[in-house]
Design a protein around this ligand. Structure first.
Ligand code: BES
Ligand code: MN
Ligand code: ZN
Length: 506
């Protein structure tokens, strides 16, 4: 069997630099970021350098339909001088979300160009400026194994100025790192599963651990069996490519016993056929991205040291390939999870909760964190509840944890909508006389899946992110490219690098 060597490549992104003061010449392309309140303050002076009346240019373009809504663009060629193009980019009311859209639009327009000089509003706030850098990184994303008609390479450099003498590079740098977590998670998720299996994911995590200051430990199938990870093993036993549990540890410099400790658990199903409860063709396509949660955990972990996170964090990625075969697990099987709890399998396509249960049980029993957060593409039902590309589903046993995560969702642009755990109403649906619980039932699919997992979290404050609703973009739109979004990495990175991610919890 011919096995392709890895096509994985770490992100190539434009340099995003802050430039104090207006450049005398600048790049051949000047980008002017236009808000609904008009041009940046320094546009007059910039226009003089360019030999263009930018007020008049904007007027003419607005008459022709340019609206300055976030991410809209119009290019205006200059026929004399060193600068040969002015690109107007809309930033709407100038919120962080809109600047993220504007940054992505610039990245798309700037493909193949060496450098862009970009004029932004004077005194643009930190969140908006950071979001702009995130947008530039994410808008530069592309993935293809095409051998012809490849997309143009990303722009070499995007230089920003507001015309003032302020120094803002640190804000851009944070945006670049957060954008890069999104890129990485997206690239993991978009990689096809003939290349990507649990061992591949473990290899990527191991490489990143070495380059970003993390400890790593990987359980292979023998070690999983020795330690009793029955859920991960059951789901993985039908595949010729064995399962893995991946553990990444981040300890901040100067950590003490009092340093808060967070564990992230990610679903790493590198392909979900449904197993013996086989998915129909339409439902199976795109299941290469069923490791989005696990990929987001790896990407998040990789940014913590660079961004100076103040909490201890362990990432656990529960990885298996869910395949039908003569060795596959069956409906009616009873599996024993890490720590001993049992589950009767009724549907081998409800595999995510089986691997996640092992990860959660290990987290609360062995690691004893202050907070545990799991992240997955767990149910199709959450897409029915929340629609596509609007919100990810958030369940939590602690209100402060829910609030902190929801706020990180707003800041990062990966927004969450809180869902009810509704144990009183639906607990019965996951019970069976044969075992401690059953893995599939009728009723509200996202809620019953969440309740199934809750039984493995003990008394540890817990949040559960079901992100199937934001894991795939139908088109190239703003910071998203068509296909896998790699949802969750920017959200988790944003949350864990706030001053006090665990404030108020418990
Ligand atoms: N990976 C799927 C969930 C999913 C579906 C994610 C569509 C993204 C898009 C999960 O493993 C699954 O198959 N869930 C089943 C659960 C059911 C069998 C109880 C589902 O949602 O249909
Ligand atoms: Mn499934
Ligand atoms: Zn799945």
């Amino acid at each position: 069997m011919a096995r392709r060597t890895s096509t994985f490549a770490y992100p190539t992104i434009p340099a995003v630099d802050w430039q104090p003061g207006l450049p005398v010449h600048g790049a051949p392309t000047w980008v002017i970021v236009v808000g609904s309140d008009g041009l940046p303050a320094a546009a007059k002076e910039a226009g003089q350098r360019l030999g263009v009346d930018l007020d008049r240019l904007l007027e003419v373009q607005q008459e022709a339909g340019f609206s300055a809504s976030a991410g809209s663009t119009v290019a205006y060629p200059l026929l004399s001088g060193e600068v040969n193009e002015v690109l107007l980019v809309g930033a709407g009311a100038g919120t962080a979300k809109e600047l993220r859209h504007a940054g992505a639009a610039i990245a798309r327009s700037g493909r193949g160009k060496d450098e862009l000089t970009t004029l932004v509003a004077e005194g643009i706030d930190d969140q908006a400026l950071q979001a702009f850098a995130e947008g530039v990184v994410l808008g530069s994303f592309s993935y293809t194994l095409k051998t012809v008609d490849k997309p143009k390479p990303v722009a070499g450099r995007v230089t920003l100025t507001d015309g003032s003498t302020a120094e803002r590079q640190a804000v851009l740098d944070r945006g670049i790192v957060i954008g890069r977590t999104g890129w990485l998670a997206r690239e993991f998720a978009i990689t096809p599963s003939n290349e990507k299996d649990p061992a591949w994911l473990a290899a990527r995590a191991t490489e990143l651990a070495a380059s970003t200051g993390l400890e790593v430990k990987v359980w292979d199938e023998k070690q999983l069996a020795a330690d009793g990870f029955g859920g991960i093993l059951a789901v993985g036993q039908g595949s010729t490519r064995p399962p893995r549990l991946i553990r990444l540890d981040y300890v901040p410099a100067g950590a003490t016993d009092k340093t808060p400790y967070v564990v992230l658990v990610g679903k790493g199903i590198t392909y979900d056929t449904g197993g013996l409860s086989l998915k129909p063709r339409e439902g199976m396509v795109s299941m290469k991205r069923d490791m989005t949660g696990g990929g987001s955990v790896i990407a998040t972990m990789s940014a913590l040291r660079e961004l100076g996170a103040k909490v201890r964090v362990t990432g656990l990625i529960c990885s298996a390939e869910n395949m039908p075969s003569g060795s596959a697990y069956r409906p009616d099987d009873v599996i024993r999870h890490y720590g001993g709890r049992t589950t009767e399998v009724k549907n081998t396509d409800a595999e995510g909760r089986l691997v996640m249960a092992d990860g959660l049980a290990y987290a609360v029993q062995e690691l004893k964190p202050d907070v545990v957060v799991d992240i997955s593409t767990l149910t199709g039902a959450i897409k029915v509840s929340l629609g596509a590309m609007l919100y990810g589903g958030l369940f939590a046993t602690d209100d402060a944890l829910a609030d902190n995560l929801a706020e990180a969702g707003r800041v990062s642009g990966e927004e969450l909508w809180r869902m009810p755990l509704a144990a009183e109403q639906y607990q019965d649906l996951i019970s069976t006389p044969i075992a401690d619980s059953v893995n599939s039932s009728k009723g509200p699919g996202s809620i019953t899946a969440a309740l199934f997992l809750k039984a493995f979290t003990g008394n540890t404050p817990w949040a559960h992110l079901d992100l199937s609703s934001i894991a795939e973009s139908p088109a190239d739109r703003h910071e998203y490219s068509a296909g896998a979004t790699g949802a969750g990495a920017r959200l988790l990175t944003t949350w864990l690098t706030t001053d006090a991610p665990t404030a108020g919890i418990g």
